[in-house]
Design a binder for this molecule. Sequence first.
Ligand code: COA
Length: 683
Amino acid sequence: MNTHTSPSHGTVRSEIRDRIAILTIDNPPVNAGSHAIRKGLIEALQAAGDLRGAILIGAGRSFIAGSDLREFGAPLAWPELPDVISACEEAPFPVVAAIHGVALGGGLELALGCDYRIATEDARLGLPEVSLGMVPGAGGTQRLPRLTGRIAAVEMVCGSTRITGTRAASLGLVDALAEGDLLDAALTFLAQDRPKRVVAQMTVPDEDPAALQAACDKALKKGRGRPNVAEAIRLVQASADADVAAVLADERAVFQRLRLEPDASALRHLFFAERRAGSVDGLDAKPRALASVGVIGGGTMGQGIARACLGAGLPVTLVERDAAALDRSLSALCDALDARHARGRLGDAALAAQKAALRGATDVADLTGCDLVIEAVFEELSVKVPLLEQLDRLLPENVVIGTNTSYLDINAMVADLPGRSRILGLHFFSPADVMKLLEVVRAEATADDVLVTGLALAKRLGKQPVVARVAEGFIGNRIYAAYRRRAELLMLDGAAPQDVDAAAQAFGFAMGPFAVSDMSGLDIAWAMRKRQAATRDPKARYVTIPDRLCEAGRLGRKTGAGWYDYPETRPSPVVDAVIANARADAGITPQPFDAATIQRQLLIAMVNEAALLLAEGVAQRPSDIDVTLANGYGFPRWKGGPLWWAAQEDPAAIAADLDQLEQAIGHGFARGPVAETLAALKD
Ligand code: COA
């Protein structure tokens, strides 16, 4: 057996069996396509003598999880992926990619450069480059449409979707599905004297031009019109051009340019930040068993959590206070599942399985057999504390207890409970089965294995965990509150709500802060302000405008009026008058703010609050802040999160923004260690 290695990550092992070369790619943990792998492959292919064929196969759990993204910020060393693909195409024998686990990005492009592809049914294939700010750069936009047609290719490339081996076979992307051992299946496949078949020389199938255009328009809209999405569409469309070599060169040039641009750097930052956020440095505990979940409270949040668990194959017992409430919750939950089924998002078998895995109860004592119990009852200490006390008393010691809260002080809530070490905070975002973010809150007493059980739950549910310590609003809501406060002060000092919203949207937020407020309802924050009224510092600036709107019944979209008038979302003369009165009361002469100033002030408010949270130890690392905002608050991913954004800016400009923020907030302003925080992000 020959082994091809180089000093960088990964090895390619080469073995000849009956004149077939088996090239095994071995680069744990996910077989990223590193320089060493590329070099190993090209050397092995070129060293091959008189063969009947070659098989590329991955060691461990995957074929190749994509090119090694750690190499993408600098010039790529020879051989690059297209060189390896050329070696496959130029080999005088057919090359087969044998795919299990994942074949993503450069991994799938390599497979497309082979003559044939054989895959396991549950393999996952995809080209996620667009979600990383780039386009596929090793022929993905050219070879894929030759096998699947351009419509499916546009959808797959622009949506960065991952499809199963079974689906790939139905699209023509995979030539055969492996039954039993993958290598044996590939050997059998090659034994049938397969001719050489270079995908790049195949013809792109004809499709209805109108349907193709519709798919492209849809993809561009979904991709928020980002330049790399437009490039991907252009390249897939161009695959029908006669000169494939020219389009391949065009694709490579676009890829080489985009991978070094700010969007791609920011998205790579998030890629690695998201993987780190699910771990706690220095913690080496094993998660507890997690085979069944109890959810207490069948309101919107409880139902969403239950749906998320059911969707992940976890049986759920839902507890409500009485039979009538339970009945309402269970039927609402089943209706939601039926609606997903009707939209084609849930198959017949999955619908039946999820319904069968759901049961109801009216007594928390019925939860003793669960591994994890999540309470999602009303966000009020007087409701949550007695319930947690009851759960701690009734449930066996091995059961982990999660409290779903957005603001409450978990340390104080559990201080008197003997079993407080098995309690953690699980801050889900609504709707809980859809929103990606899960703040896993580590209270003072939370045991290490309980914390990692929370992280394991997030992974099981397909959510993005971020670990937070206890603080009002934890990480996300506290930063969002600082952002919203700055938005309101900008308005008081002279900006119109629609100007603030337009500036936020121009930066890339899906919606501005006032439109978000209208969507979620002004009454939630109003109730909180009323609760805090007694303890508010009277010398701190306070914006009365939202209180006046609430008093006038303008609670947002649900009342047809809030910061805007609905249904058309128009600026409102009533709001203008309330703003004018508030300015007059405070003796403020309105000043103009341009969009850039509004954006920078909104962002610096986030950055300052983030620096405070890090200094307080509420968040573990700067990158966790970026992960939180990008996954739960509509922060544009291609900007990498507020701290990544700030770290790319001129430090002197950031310091000036901070001074301006301090002036605007005035009394009570707490200045965070922003410069130090940003420096840590660069390390
Ligand atoms: N390049 C470099 N490192 C990669 C990588 C890549 N393409 N893909 C994964 N990794 C690393 C992760 O950073 C992580 O490193 P760490 O252990 O030091 O934190 C490790 O591999 C494991 O990845 P993780 O995502 O935590 O494992 P998983 O088992 O949950 O998921 C995958 C495995 C392959 C499904 C997942 O990593 C994935 O989706 N990768 C996407 C790769 C991609 O987008 N490729 C296209 C590149 S163009």
